[in-house]
Design a protein around this ligand. Structure first.
Ligand code: GLN
Length: 451
């Protein structure tokens, strides 16, 4: 009730929730009470959560924040949310995101932008909450839920967490089932939590993760006790600092934050050493080929026949055209066009195949690095949260936000963003810890020392 009331009063200003489900929340909470009374409480019994609107929720509208899906109500529940309800969690509502998770500022949503609850010191100008999981990060930061689900294709869990002073964990590709999550780029998409603390995110991930035969890429591995890793410290761990992340023009305060992180880890007993990830500079251009290529294929299903919106036409082709013309926003159209182009017969080898080869080289860089280190420390973003509207007119400028996060998705590795300090403007900054595949436990250990 307290959370539903908080949403009622604050959501008009923040626009974090696109759908509030207070009656369902009360019903779920009552069922939790009954289980607690019977001594059958699950790991998340009664915990109120917000759900990114990319997760299909049975009988509850799910839109990916696209006009093309705004009349879509799934008849099934995603595996991740279903796991959360099995653990006793309560749904407060569906959270805003960039349309089909394409964006870094939550400004491409059909339902309007999300506002970051943080402000620059001495200024009222609204800031972006990051994206694409901007509803999730803003809701957690503004205390409009205890935790939220999110998804990360190129940084969409970690970058919004960094912009809002929250913890964002993108697990290893395959750790969480993608079944029932609206697909953006299937070989990169992963679900994970945004939460207030490293411990909360460990508990949430424990409930979300697990093998699912309905997703062929879901890993058939046991889910470790992530919470037990929190607090184990970093004594004996070796942490790598990749020199290629010291990008030209990096703000001095980001460099200072990174040095501070290194100092904290050294003081706590870790060994820090310089490493090289030589193909880092190709990550962003190759990501912005692979991700749109997969998106153009995944979004082919939105044709006015199978889901959601249908705009009439004089024949079936014009119906498709009218539906997609009015149903997709500008950024989604841009991705579909880029993706279709790089997959076309004449350009496939030059762009798509080349990007896939670069992807392999990026993964090899990490494999080599992890022969000598247990985790890698970098800043999460090259700068703190920017003003609403500041970058929305320039896609390239927007894509540069993802410079430190996309490599992790290209290699399928886990990455966590942890709040580590404030910018000179008084807004949050995050540090990112990258780990070996299926070694989220080390990230929780390192992350807890930094937070
Ligand atoms: N900002 C990146 C993009 O627009 C990543 C988005 C995401 O991780 N879903 O593609």
């Amino acid at each position: 009730e307290a959370h539903s009331a908080a949403i009622k009063s604050a959501n008009r200003a923040l626009n974090a929730y696109v759908l509030e489900t207070p009656e369902r929340a009360l019903e779920m909470a009552k069922a939790s009470d009954a289980r607690i009374a019977k001594g059958e409480a699950g790991a998340l019994e009664g915990i109120p959560l917000g759900i990114k609107d990319l997760f299909c929720t049975k009988d509850v509208r799910t839109t990916a924040c696209s006009h093309i899906l705004d009349r879509f109500t799934p008849t099934y529940e995603s595996t991740v949310t279903s796991n959360l309800w099995d653990a006793g969690a309560v749904m407060l509502g569906k959270l805003n995101n960039d349309e089909f998770a394409m964006g870094s500022s939550n400004e491409t949503s059909f339902y309007g932008e999300v506002i970051n609850p943080w402000r620059r010191e001495g200024s009222d100008a609204p800031l972006v909450p990051g994206g694409s999981s901007g509803g999730s990060s803003a809701a957690v930061a503004a205390r409009l839920c205890l935790g939220a689900t999110a998804t990360d294709t190129g940084g969409s869990i970690r970058q919004p967490a960094a912009f809002t002073g929250t913890v964002g964990m993108k697990p290893t590709y395959g750790r969480c089932s993608r079944w029932g999550i609206v697909a953006f780029a299937s070989s990169l998409d992963q679900a994970g939590p945004i939460a207030r603390t490293v411990r909360d995110s460990a508990i949430l991930l424990g409930a979300m993760a697990g093998h699912d035969p309905k997703d062929a890429t879901s890993a058939d591995l046991p889910v470790p006790d992530f919470e037990a890793a929190v607090g184990q410290g970093v004594k004996g761990l070796t942490i790598g600092i990749p020199k290629e992340y010291r990008v030209e023009g990096m703000a001095p305060e980001i460099e200072a934050l990174w040095q501070q992180g290194i100092a904290w880890l050294t003081e706590a007993g870790a060994t820090v050493k310089d490493i090289s990830l030589p193909h880092t500079k190709y990550a962003l251009p190759s990501y912005y080929i692979v991700a749109p290529a997969e998106a153009s294929s995944n979004l082919a299903r939105y044709d006015g026949v199978r889901y959601g919106l249908r705009e009439p036409g004089t024949d079936v082709i014009s119906m498709y055209e009218n539906t997609r013309e009015s149903g997709f926003g500008a950024e989604v159209k841009r991705r579909v066009l880029i993706g279709t182009y790089v997959l076309s017969a004449g350009y496939y080898d030059a762009y798509y195949l080349k990007a896939q080869k670069v992807r392999t080289l990026i993964k090899r860089d990490f494999d080599q690095a992890f022969e000598g280190v247990d985790a890698i420390l970098t800043p999460t973003t090259p700068a703190p949260a920017f003003a609403a509207g500041e970058k929305s007119g320039d896609p390239l400028e927007m894509y540069l936000n993802d410079i430190f996060t996309v490599t992790v998705n290209m290699a399928g590795l886990p990455g966590i963003s942890v709040p580590a300090g404030l910018s000179s403007e008084g807004t949050p900054l995050g540090l990112q810890v990258i780990g070996r595949a299926f070694d989220e436990e080390t990230l929780f250990r390192v992350g807890q020392v930094i937070e």
